[in-house]
Design a protein around this ligand. Structure first.
Ligand code: XLS
Ligand code: NI
Ligand code: NI
Length: 437
């Protein structure tokens, strides 16, 4: 097959200070950090939807993307050709994983049967390309938000028929994810929310969402799929309110409906900020429940109020995220999935490389910074010290639940005023972190 990127060869690590545009300055896949290679730590993944299906349109203008390999059709043969282009791209970039929605990789047919057949035809090519390159599927998912049938949602639609169709679609998407050896399967509730509560039975819709997920868990067991199920929180867009709005809401939902043991979270930076949180916050919440599975790496724009899905180039953010990942002991089935798109003005194929190289270098740098902060130890030491009143004496007794209000009153009467409150040292800590940037 003719190459789609004739001017690009395998992107190499060229070292810090390199001026080569198509080279890594920080991502050196074989470099060891805390005893593991960067490749093993970061587990980079390319998203099919943005990178190979994104037209770079926005709500004010049509797509600008120039993609010479596209023939203008949405045919199965074009989808197969595109799959080969995608693998050429990922091979040249050196990313070990990719992720897709069913309808990104294959066209939607006139009915479910046709759509399934189209998907099978493309999965054949994906499988052959995975074998050829060694690139693996990080996770699969189903697009339950683009087609008009899902206008009211999928599993939370007011219309039971939509639930039925969505179930059939997810069943098939799980099967192909399983067939391709996917390490996970993501549920992002694209339209699982509402635009107005005047027309919404919230309780009934949430019950339906839980029923849907329980059916998915049952079917997973049935087909022997061992991948990790993931929920991806997002507060809004396209709906005004999405039920899986943030990490805490998702965890509460999963707990309430007895689903927690079957799911982890796939956290996305731009979703965290849309929810009014930092990514660091979302990660802490998930890690506290041992439920951080994977991340969708991107970033938003503080002056634009929507999911701009930009490639992550913020080093501070990269360091924060990687500190969290190292703290939890690294990814197991998850990875760093670039749910990111190049800007509308970055319309050339080579920009797809620039975007990913930028993201990969940012996270590689974040990893090195995080490891250096951990090696230095002062941050951890400070945190340990800050809570030291809980390590012995009355603090320890409270943590071990050995005392109640009665004993604490006796203690307070003897103790007098609360002593030795120490400074939080926020500015000192922020400057300490800056030492490593
Ligand atoms: C959209 C979501 C979506 C999921 C996969 O905002 O990020 O792309 O990652 O359905
Ligand atoms: Ni995402
Ligand atoms: Ni998103």
């Amino acid at each position: 097959m003719a190459t789609a990127f004739p001017k690009v060869s395998r992107i190499q690590y060229d070292g810090v200070g390199s001026k080569k545009p198509l080279a890594f300055k920080h991502y050196n896949e074989a470099e060891l950090v805390e005893g593991k290679t960067m490749k093993e730590h970061l587990r980079f993944s390319v998203t099919y939807w943005h990178t190979f299906r994104g037209q770079l349109a926005d709500m004010f203008g049509m797509g600008t993307a120039v993609r010479p390999w596209e023939d203008g059709t949405n045919s199965v043969s074009m989808a197969q050709k595109r799959a080969r282009v995608a693998f050429e791209f990922m091979e040249k970039l050196g990313t070990p994983y990719y992720a897709f929605h069913d309808r990104d990789v294959a066209p939607e047919g006139r009915n479910l049967k046709e759509s399934n057949r189209a998907l099978d035809a493309v999965v054949k090519v994906l499988k052959e390309q995975q074998k050829r390159t060694g690139i693996k599927l990080l996770w699969g998912t189903a697009c339950l938000f683009a087609h008009p049938r899902y206008m009211h949602g999928a599993s939370t639609s007011c219309n039971a028929d939509a639930f039925v169709y969505a179930a059939a679609q997810v069943k098939k998407a799980m099967e192909v994810t399983h067939e391709l050896g996917g390490e996970g399967y993501v549920f992002w509730g694209g339209r699982e929310g509402y635009s107005t509560l005047w027309n919404t039975n919230l309780k009934r819709e949430m019950d339906h969402l839980a029923a849907f997920l329980h059916m998915a868990v049952d079917y997973k067991k049935k087909i022997g799929f061992k991948g990790q199920f993931l929920i991806e929180p997002k507060p809004k867009e396209p709906t005004k309110h999405q039920y899986d709005s943030d990490a805490a809401a998702c965890l509460n939902f999963l707990r309430e409906y007895g689903l927690l043991e079957h799911f982890k979270l796939n956290l996305e930076t731009n979703h965290a900020t849309l929810a009014g949180h930092t990514m660091q916050h979302e990660m802490e919440v998930a890690i506290a429940s041992n439920a951080l599975g994977s991340i969708d790496a991107n970033m938003g724009d503080t002056l634009l109020g929507w999911d701009t899905d930009q490639f992550p180039t913020d080093i501070y953010l990269g360091a924060q995220v990687m500190l969290g990942i190292l703290k939890m002991g690294g990814f197991t089935t998850g990875g760093t999935n670039f749910d990111a798109k190049v800007r509308r003005e970055s319309f050339e194929p080579v920009d797809l490389f620039h975007g990913h190289i930028a993201g990969m270098d940012t996270f590689a740098r974040g990893l090195k910074i995080a490891a250096a902060i951990r090696k230095d130890g002062r941050l951890e030491e400070f945190l340990k010290e800050r809570y030291s009143s809980w390590d012995s004496g009355i603090g320890e007794k409270i943590e071990k639940r050995k005392v109640g209000f009665k004993e604490l009153e006796e203690h307070a009467l003897k103790m007098g005023e609360v002593r030795t409150n120490r400074s939080g040292r926020q500015e000192w800590l922020e400057n300490l972190v800056n030492e490593f940037l």
